[in-house]
Structure formats: structure tokens, C-alpha cells
Design a protein. Sequence first.
Length: 484
Amino acid sequence: MGQPKNRRSAPAPALALALAAVAVFCGALAVGIAVWLQRAGDVVPDDSRLSAPQLTAWIAEWQWEEGLADFREAASRLDRVQLFGVYFDDNDRLHVTERLHEMAAAVREAAGRGSSGRDASGRDASGWDVSGRDASGWDVSGRDASGWDASGWDVSGREASGREASGWEASEREASGRDASGWDASGREASGRDASGWDASGWEAGEREAAWRDGGVRVDLTIVNDVVRADGTSTQKDPALLSRRMASAERRGALIDRIAALAEAYRADGVEIDFERVRDEDWEAVIRFYGELHRRLAASNRHLRVVLEPRAPIEKYAWPEGPEYVMMAYNLHGPHSGPGPKADEALIRKLAGRLKRLPGSGTLALAAGGFDWSEAGGAAGVTEREALDLARRSGAGHAAAGESGAEAGSRIVRDDASGSVHFDYVDDNGLRHTVWYADRITLERWIKAAQDAGIDRIALWKLGGFAQATLDGLRGGTVRPERE
């Protein structure tokens, strides 16, 4: 005889039908909710949303008022902001402009890093007093009363007074009158803080460190190897300047002294070094300089960022621990090439991989805006707002989905490979132009590509000229696609 069947081995037909009906109902309900949400708020499904990356951004001194306007919109999402505007003069000395002074005061105020009022020393939040001299005694022209400029050093590493880079005379007494113990006759410590706990800037002992730990966007100074000459001409990214300044420990030390003094004068939370077009034979000295500067700044609780071009020899040298390294993930197309996007996802993935070879948690720099190429030759930089204005005035509109550039004519077309948008127009002289630029959807794709490659720290070059939709997306922590 066979074994009796287990009646519980299969559900009754009625129960099976009931369960199927419930499943169908739940599926239909989920679809209905998703459709309602998208119609109500154009919401991106959860699996396509980006986690919020750590964001920093630059403000350039030549466009600082426009950059400040964007900063006020996006500040709640920024961890740090870099003030781009410290150069060198034709004597290889640090050079600051009056615009940098104005920008620093306004940005610190907007960043919540200090009021516009004056502190106990009489200096305002930027570190400048009513005479126009900064905390180190240098005026906005970069020269003090003796005629020496802001570095205070000649190329031999000797100060105007004849002191060597250490700042000490043979008698072991510093120029200020302090002896080797670090105390002068007034009872003021070498750090500038007297026995009452107040330092020369009017900050009480520990108050500066507490301010850095409190809220507000951190503000850094960016120093770049551009040369600005007295006659108004300039050279961008001068490699010969770096060869001279990195040539010896004394010259590097002299530059580090002035950078530290400038950071103190502007009450900067950190310093960023953007040395580009470094000669192959200078890399070893430049990398040594990064380590030396990091140790000097760390002693005053200041942060060091180092900006690197994609060509930097990351694999060839041992790079110092401590600095935050920033890899430039742009310039795929520009004035050096024909029309095209500043970056694409392939470039971002490649450079993210190289960045991860460096110590610490690296930052990938992405560039907003774009370029306008003329058939007459050359390419001019444009912000997102300028590109949109050109498109509007030329009558360009969005292309239909799947329409190629040739089919679209003068309409705005999104490039599949990069996420960038481009259009053509004809100017008043009959010359044809091609414009490529990044909008908020472009930036979303680039940020997601970086995050997919393991990089969660993003720097944006640069604030000033973002469209409102992009600012809204950045402020919200993700960039939401817009129907085209």
C-alpha cells in the first residue's frame, strides 16, 4: 500500500487565488505611487539618487563678486572654500592684489568665519587694519615702508635686514628683540602671545582653535605659480619660477615663512598650493616643499591642499602624508583643442584611479562652465549662465530625445559620452561658433562617476556664473534631472 498524500503540501485553490490577487494589487499600488510622486515633484527614484559628496569650491579674485553670490547660495553644502588670488611678482616674491583683500573680508563674513568688525588689534576680519597694512605690516601693494615687497626676501633667501632664512642673527637674538628662549623684554612669547594669553592679533589662547572647530565654511588661500609683473603683464604657470624658488632648502624655507605669515594675516584656515607645469627635474624638490609646508602649517592647526595636474608623476615618487591631494579632472578639451567637453566619465574614472595611489583621502576637481570656439580660431571661457544667455539670444532650443547634433542644427544637444551639452550659433559678424558647457545634469553624472570610482570628495572650479537650477541642485545635496 502507498503512503497517504499530505494534504498540506499544496495550498487550496481559493487561497492561491487570494494570494495572487494581493500580489497584483500591491504591484499596481507601488507603480501608482511612483507615478504620482514623479508627477508631483519630478522625484528621482532612490536607486538613481546620489549620496551627498563632500564639496569644496574655488572663488577667483577676478570674478569674486559673482563667485560670492554663488557661494551665498551654496555655502550650506560646502565644507571649504578656496580663495584663488595669491601669485608671485617679477622678483619671485608673493604678490597679493587689493581684490584679494576685499574678497577675503566678504567671503569670511559670508562663511561665518568672522565678523566685518575689527578685533582687539584693530584689524578687520580679513586681517587688514585701517592703514591698509595686514597683520605682518605689509600694505596692499605688497611693499612696506622700506620698499621691500610682501615676501621680504630676495632670491638668495636673505631678508632685507641681512638675516638668513631662520630669522635669527648670529647673536641668537631675533629681530624683534626676543632671545633664544623665545621671550622678549615685554614678556611676550615667540608665538606672539603674552602672559595674559592674548596673541598679537587679539585672539585669546585657544580661541582661534575653537573658532576653527565651530560651524562655518573653512576658508583657504590658494597660491599659484602665476607671475604678475609691475608693468601689468603676466605669465601663467611659470615653471622657471618654481625652479628658482625650489632650488635650495633656504629658498624653500623663505617661501614657507612668507606663506605662513600670509595665512596668519588673512586668518586663513588653510593653504592650497597650485603649482602647474612643473619641470621633471624639479619634482623631487617640489614634493619635499609640500612636506615641509605641511609640517609648518600643521603646527598652527592649518590645513594644506595640493592641486595636481593629470601629468603629475604620482607613481614615480613617495608623496608625503598629511596634505590633501586634489587631482584636476578637466581640460580634456579647451583652448588647446577643438570643441568638446571639459571631461567625460572615462577621464574621471582614469584619474580617480591614479588619485587613489596618493596618501589620504583624495579630492577630484571638476570644472563647471565651458568654452565657446569660433571658426576664426581660439576658444573663450564661458560660465553656465553665459552659455545659456548665448543659446537664448541665438534662438537655440533643446533637441528632441535621440536627435543627433547634425539633425538638431542650432538646438542644444546633450552628449551621451560626457553628459555635457553643446550648441552652435552664428555671431553678428557671420562667424560660426560651437559652445560646450556643463549644466546640473552634467555635474551629477560626473560626481556619480567619481563616486562609483571610489572618490567622495569633489572640488568645483569655480563659483560664479552657475545657473539657479544648478545651485539648487548643489544646495540640496544631489542634482535632479530636468526634462529637456
